[in-house]
Design a protein around this ligand. Sequence first.
Ligand SMILES: Nc1ncnc2c1ncn2[C@@H]1O[C@H](COP(=O)(O)OP(=O)(O)OP(=O)(O)O)[C@@H](O)[C@H]1O
Ligand SMILES: [Mg+2]
Length: 490
Amino acid sequence: MTVSQSLLEGTVTVLFTDVEGSTGLGTRSGDQSAREILRPQEELIRKKVAEHGGEEIKFLGDGFMIGFSSARQGLACAVAIQRALEQERRVHPDGVLPVRMGLNAGEAIREGDDLFGSAVSAAARISAKARGGEILISEVVKALVGTYTDATIRERGRFRLKGFEERWRLFEVAWQEESPSPRRFDRTPFVAREEERAEFRGFLGRLAKGSGALVMIGGEPGVGKTRIAEEVAAEGRQQQFRTLMGRCYEMDSPPPYLPFVELLEAASKEVEPKSFRAALGDAAGEIAKVVPHIRQLFDDIPAPLELPPEQERRYLFNSIRDFVIRSATVRPLVVILDDLQWADESSLLLLQHVAVTLRDIPVLILGTYRDVELDVHRPLANTLETLVRSRLAHRMTLRRLSPQQVAAMLTKLKGDSPPATLVEAIYSETEGNPFFVEEVFRHLAEEGALFDTEGRWLSDLRVAELEVPESVKLWSAAACSAFQTQLVGP
Ligand SMILES: Nc1ncnc2c1ncn2[C@@H]1O[C@H](COP(=O)(O)OP(=O)(O)OP(=O)(O)O)[C@@H](O)[C@H]1O
Ligand SMILES: [Mg+2]
């Protein structure tokens, strides 16, 4: 498919493939027979691209430029190609040449059949840094992909890419290895937060009656913001509410509307296609500008209107707000917008726009943010102030757990209550931050420092000798100074 027929636009993930040693092959065997050797592997690549919803933008003689509307699909496709080539190589050791691959994501400009832009050139440069059989990805792709469980992703360091001033941090996708086994420990059963949960029950009760709200949950990293939002969502699901999540990621210039794009993508998977299409409404073409993926799901999405930039934004905002309103007509909706401290300005303006209507529709939005990172340079600081001042958002701050609550967490982690000396030790190391309570507990358990051979708490725990992971020690020091800055800060 050529790009002029294709629907890729806006934020695109670009994969470049390149056959290592193809020039040598041409010289050795003649161009004609080189083509014959390479054709089967090109067909295999095309097949995988089609299976992953990618679009072949260009064939470059010994490689491809391929576009995806989803970074996750792009990466899955690259991994699938390498694995399929590896299988083929086992059968025909001489029939397959190693392929290097590079992936990047960002804004691309469409011109005729081609895609342009620095994000596209960077993808080509990244692929040139890979060796045969390797997949290298940029930091943006890594962030967009989020938790990737199909292969291990390892940092390879910073690289200079031709034509770019700053150095790029690149990651290798170790497709040969299965990803590390899932965590040996399940998630800790929820403890404490009774007051907050009671408050949220109030919000859920009003939601059932058709009235929503925006609750902004702030707190330090690891204090449990995402977790409490997920608990509220789970409670919502028990009441047959729909729940959706969109995240923000730490990047220099995040793609616009990223958390809402994730939200729409999640909705496209969870909601029955007919209702999802109905919720998109007549403005589906407008929404497809930021979520091109929906064009692949439906063939009746109109072209977006040509509007002057200011109107264009208003129209897009209204289209997404109306989508949210329509999505909640059948079942009330609980939406988590996670890590808003990293949201870009466009997403926050859209959030403000949506917030105005929440009181009259059954949509509860739970926004989480790290308040220690809420400095004046981040767009969220302003938005939050405006939202709270105009009473469009309720603010909730999560504090660290008390020693008793840490004891409750340890009891849940183990199944029975821990010795008081251990609770004291873990509390003093972690200061009641749930993330670090889990870290320290797991580390000590793995070291064999907590339980006897029968799995009981060791009766002679020598607390002074317990080794706490370095990461926790560093954190304690950093957190203390961050809090002091906050206390004395402006
Ligand atoms: N009340 C709780 N009971 C049990 N476990 C909890 C509780 N709160 C948090 N946890 C656990 O602690 C860990 C950290 O919580 P969470 O990821 O929600 O933190 P966060 O505030 O969202 O951090 P970040 O700012 O890094 O996103 C998670 O594994 C979570 O399951
Ligand atoms: Mg979180």
